[in-house]
Design a protein around this ligand. Structure first.
Ligand SMILES: Cc1cc2nc3c(=O)[nH]c(=O)nc-3n(C[C@H](O)[C@H](O)[C@H](O)COP(=O)(O)O)c2cc1C
Length: 251
């Protein structure tokens, strides 16, 4: 990561902390909830869960990408990600451009240890797709165990930064290329999963067959030892068959 970009990432946070960055208008003021006196439902039965791509969230919220790529960012990402884990919401990493340029910086984006179950969304600027190959983006996601990638479209922000990107033509095609690559990558992973499922099913069937023959052939003879007066203590353990119920598909 060049020193300028690194400085800029730190400044984004510093400006938010020290300056007044509030917008002139608060859009939440436009929202008013209509009071419903006759609720006719139980509070404890309210279900706030929401589907987010392949994940289920406890609440329909996400903290979107903000930072990464310099030492202090690690602390921020860890704090945000563990809060997301606690509330069961999605977490987005800041632009991962820095770690593509300098893989040692992957550490500043790595939050999986504090967020083992929630969806983690990687992040890259659309303009960067012109410079990187889909395989590099794919590796960037693997290195931080991200589940998805968000491609940010920030032409205006880039133009306001003296060192920001100026070339944006061709980005739509690149997003398409990346989507294709990631789709195929997930297709391969799903195929491996499917194969694993078939192998597990086979292993379960073989296990049950062995339990069956233990029960019908070996155990009856062993149990007779006791009847015949052999001094044994305790009962023989019972091997149970594994029962598998087919999962109902939700989609
Ligand atoms: C300090 C800061 C850094 C940000 N960095 C990124 C970034 O690296 N990548 C990105 O896609 N969005 C970035 N964003 C945008 C946010 O993810 C979010 O889209 C934006 O803040 C709008 O949401 P809000 O209105 O809830 O703040 C950043 C925002 C802030 C405040």
């Amino acid at each position: 990561m060049n020193a300028q970009t690194r400085k800029r990432k730190g400044e984004h946070i510093e400006i938010c902390v020290k300056k007044d960055v509030g917008y002139t208008y608060n859009w939440f003021d436009d929202i008013e909830f209509v009071h419903e006196a006759l609720t006719d439902l139980d509070y404890d039965r309210l279900d706030t869960r929401a589907r987010f791509l392949k994940h289920q969230l406890k609440l329909p919220f996400m903290i979107t990408g903000m930072t990464g790529g310099y030492p202090e960012a690690k602390q921020i990402n860890m704090a945000l990600a563990s809060a997301c884990e606690e509330y069961g919401i999605a977490f987005g990493l800041g632009s991962q451009r820095a770690m593509i340029e300098n893989p040692a910086l992957a550490e500043t984006y790595s939050v999986r240890e504090v967020a083992p179950t929630i969806p983690i969304v990687g992040n890259i600027g659309a303009a960067q797709l012109l410079n990187y190959k889909p395989a590099q983006i794919s590796k960037m996601l693997d290195d931080v165990q991200a589940d998805y990638v968000a491609v940010h479209l920030n032409t205006l922000q880039e133009l306001t930064q003296p060192e920001g990107d100026r070339k944006f033509s061709g980005v739509a095609g690149k997003i398409n290329e990346l989507a294709k690559e990631l789709y195929e990558r997930f297709g391969i992973t799903l195929k491996h999963f499917d194969e694993l499922g078939t192998a597990l099913k086979k292993a379960t069937e073989n296990y049950n067959k062995t339990v069956g023959s233990l029960e019908s052939r070996i155990l009856p003879s062993l149990r007779r030892f006791k009847e015949l007066g052999v001094s044994v203590t305790g009962e023989l353990p019972v091997a149970e068959e594994i029962t598998v119920f087919p999962r109902t598909k939700t989609e």
